[in-house]
Every structure is written in structure tokens, then in C-alpha cells.
Design a protein around this ligand. Structure first.
Ligand code: PLP
Length: 377
């Protein structure tokens, strides 16, 4: 049987990983500066993580949400501590889209309203509600067109208030730093005013931290820099280091009702073991600090290269912007220098999303290769 052919594929077949590297079937070594779309947080095949999930699967891999699962409580407590947040409760699911879908649903249940505000260049996933609030018409089917969704620009606080005033807005959803859209981040003032307006007009503020969360920016959550307290925070990618797990953190003032949300696989034993282990490693290895420090190093290295016009992002969520399209550069980095990098809606931006325990020498490898690739242009 053929696979449903939706992905443009590189002719590379990774079969094992180790730290910041993956190896293909010819044992060729690739530096992974993209982590399979920001998923690899603690590095490939981390020994403590392997041990935790192997131990768990040998005991109990799965039972449903109809029984008690203390691993979910352990994960919630650990997350609260490592993230430095309080007054939230946790609902577990399996992916970023599912997290955001549940966030929108909670917002709508809570407010009794049905319209959602999203921002230009946003990406929130591909399921029906969240694709409707994603700024890409090519991935919306006719079925997805019936949601009530309004797109606004970052920083246009007047337009935002005009929409909220209408009284039918259940939620405002935003990525603090846009991933797929190209690493744009609005000002602290805009985020703070948005939070205040959501309170004023009884709409729910949803921070989509699926990509920017879990230490990627040097803060546990990217919104923490802006000193806001979103009503719901969605999480996924880095949470399981490749094990499918997602979730939403829901402000304690929002009351749960039995049956309001649900999932078969979400929060299963194996997923929780993966999630707990990731948090343990983030904490023990001080990975938030590493992300912040390495960003400073990347800024220094990038400043040596006049072809890099701008650095976007924070921590290890980085965009290097050129004044030409970078598709060819990415190909050469991958096929001539064995370095995985990423692209975005901004075709001039090279996206770097490495494991959070990456070291300076890995970036030295990148900048050395970039120099060769760019000089050859
Ligand atoms: C910010 C953001 N939200 C949501 C998603 C969707 O996550 P998933 O692919 O796990 O459904 C993504 C995926 O790229 C994302 O970057």
C-alpha cells in the first residue's frame, strides 16, 4: 500500500540519534539544528529519558482516563515547579493542534461565545478549529471555513478592542514568538494591553506555547518575559522529546465539568513517563540557562557574517535573516555539510531550533559551514 503522499521528502533516512546528531542508514552523521520542528528538547536518545520510558513500558504503557493515574499528578506538579507558574490546572492530550483545539473549546464553554481572534502569520495546527485560526488559506478545506474567526495584525490594539467590544469573542489566541510564521514577536506593551482587554471584555487569552514553550526561549514560557498571565497556555512539541504528548494549562478560575474534555490516549502512562523525564532533565541540566547563553554566542557569531542581516527570536528559537531566499542554502547545509535547519513563511529566514543541551561547538560547525556555503554563492 502507498503512503498518502502529502510530505515533500528529503532523500535521507535517519535510523538513530545521539544528542544533537542523527545518523542515516549509511551511518552518515547529521547535526540536527532543527529537532524535527522543535520537538527534540533534551537531545536524541538521552540515556536518562531512555531509562525512564523503558522502565515504564516494561510495567504499564497505557491505561485509559477512566482510572487514577498518579503519573499525571506527578507531571502536573513537576511542570508547575520547573515552569515557575501557579494557579493553573492541567489537561493532557497528544499534540499541539489538539491542545489548541481544546483551548478554544474551553474558552467557548467558559464564555458562551463563539468567535476567535487570531493574528497575521499565525500557525496553530491543522485540525478544524485551529486551522480556521491559522493564517494559511491553502490548508483550509471548505469544511474548515465555517468557524467564526477574525484575523488581526500584531500591535493594532485599536482594531483588537473594536472586535472585542462586539461581545461575541470567546478567545484571543496568539504565539508569543511565531514559529512557522517567521519568528515575529509583538511588544510587551501589546501583549499586556491585549491581556487587559481580554479581561475587560470577558474573552479568554490563549498563549500557544506549543513551539516556544518548554525552555526553548531561555524562559520556560516565552510569555513570561512580557509579565502576563494567559488564561490558557497550550504546550506540546518539546514536552515529550518526540513522544507524542500535549496539554493545556487552564487558569484555576475556569471550572472543569465532568465530560467537558476527553481523550483516549492523552496522559497515558508512557507519555507521562516521557514528560516527567524531560522536565527532570531540563531542570538537572539547567537547560534554560544554556538556551539563553547560547543565544548570546549565536549573536556574536552572526555579527561576524555581514550576509546575516538580522537575528530574530530568543534563546534557541532562532531565525537568521538574509536579504535573499535561503532555500538553496538549506539544501547545501543539509547535503554538503550534513546540517539540518528549518524554513518558515519568510523565505529569507533560516530557522534554527536545536536541542536545548546543544553546545557552542555545534554552532561553530554551523557558522563554519554557512561561511563556505555563502562564499560559494
Ligand atoms: C505554535 C504551534 N502551534 C501548534 C502547532 C501544531 O502542533 P502539532 O503539529 O503537534 O499538531 C504547531 C506545529 O508546528 C506550532 O508551531
Amino acid at each position: 500500500m502507498d503512503l498518502f503522499d502529502v510530505y515533500p521528502l528529503y532523500d535521507i533516512t535517519p535510523i538513530k540519534g545521539d544528542g544533537a546528531y542523527v545518523f542515516d542508514k549509511e551511518d552518515r552523521k547529521y547535526l540536527d539544528l532543527y529537532g524535527g520542528h522543535a520537538v527534540i528538547s533534551i537531545g536524541h536518545s538521552h540515556p536518562a529519558y531512555l531509562n525512564a520510558i523503558s522502565k515504564q513500558v516494561s510495567k504499564l504503557g497505557f491505561y485509559s482516563n477512566s482510572v487514577k493515574n498518579p503519573l499525571q499528578n506527578k507531571l502536573a506538579d513537576k511542570l508547575e515547579k520547573v515552569a515557575g507558574i501557579k494557579d493553573y490546572s492541567l489537561f493532557l492530550c497528544n499534540s499541539g493542534a489538539e491542545a489548541n483545539e481544546n483551548a478554544l473549546k474551553v474558552a467557548s464553554f467558559q464564555t458562551g461565545k463563539d468567535r476567535v481572534i487570531y493574528f497575521e502569520n499565525a500557525f496553530h495546527g491543522r485540525t478544524s478549529g485551529v486551522v480556521a485560526v491559522t493564517d494559511n488559506e491553502n490548508i483550509k478545506a471548505p469544511f474548515n471555513q465555517n468557524h467564526k474567526a477574525t484575523k488581526l495584525a500584531f500591535e493594532d490594539i485599536e482594531a483588537l478592542e473594536n472586535e472585542l467590544k462586539k461581545g461575541d469573542v470567546a478567545a484571543v489566541i496568539f504565539e508569543v514568538i511565531q514559529g512557522v510564521g517567521g519568528l515575529d514577536e509583538a511588544s510587551t506593551e501589546f501583549y499586556q494591553e491585549t491581556a487587559e482587554l481580554c479581561k475587560k471584555y470577558h474573552s479568554v487569552l490563549i498563549a500557544d506555547e506549543v513551539q516556544s514553550g518548554y525552555g526553548r526561549t531561555g524562559d520556560f514560557f516565552a510569555f513570561q518575559k512580557h509579565e502576563i498571565q494567559p488564561d490558557i497556555i497550550s504546550i506540546a512539541k518539546g514536552m515529550g522529546n518526540g513522544f507524542p504528548i500535549g496539554g493545556i494549562l487552564i487558569d484555576k478560575t475556569i471550572e472543569a465539568k465532568s465530560g467537558m474534555l476527553g481523550t483516549t490516549f492523552g496522559g497515558n502512562h508512557l507519555a507521562c513517563a516521557a514528560g516527567i523525564s524531560v522536565l527532570d532533565i531540563i531542570e538537572k541540566e539547567n537547560l534554560l540557562k544554556n538556551a539563553s547563553e547560547l543565544f548570546e554566542y549565536v549573536k556574536e557569531k552572526a555579527a561576524e557574517n555581514p550576509q546575516i542581516k538580522k537575528i530574530k527570536g530568543r534563546g534557541l528559537m532562532i531565525g537568521l535573516e538574509f536579504d535573499f531566499e535561503i532555500a538553496q542554502i538549506r539544501k547545501e547545509l543539509l547535503f554538503k555539510h550534513q546540517i539540518f535547519t528549518g524554513a518558515s513563511a519568510n523565505k529569507k529566514l533560516l530557522r534554527i531550533l536545536p536541542p536545548l543541551n546543544i553546545k557552542k561547538e555545534h554552532f561553530d560547525e554551523l557558522f563554519k559551514a554557512l561561511k563556505i556555503v555563502l562564499d560559494l554563492k
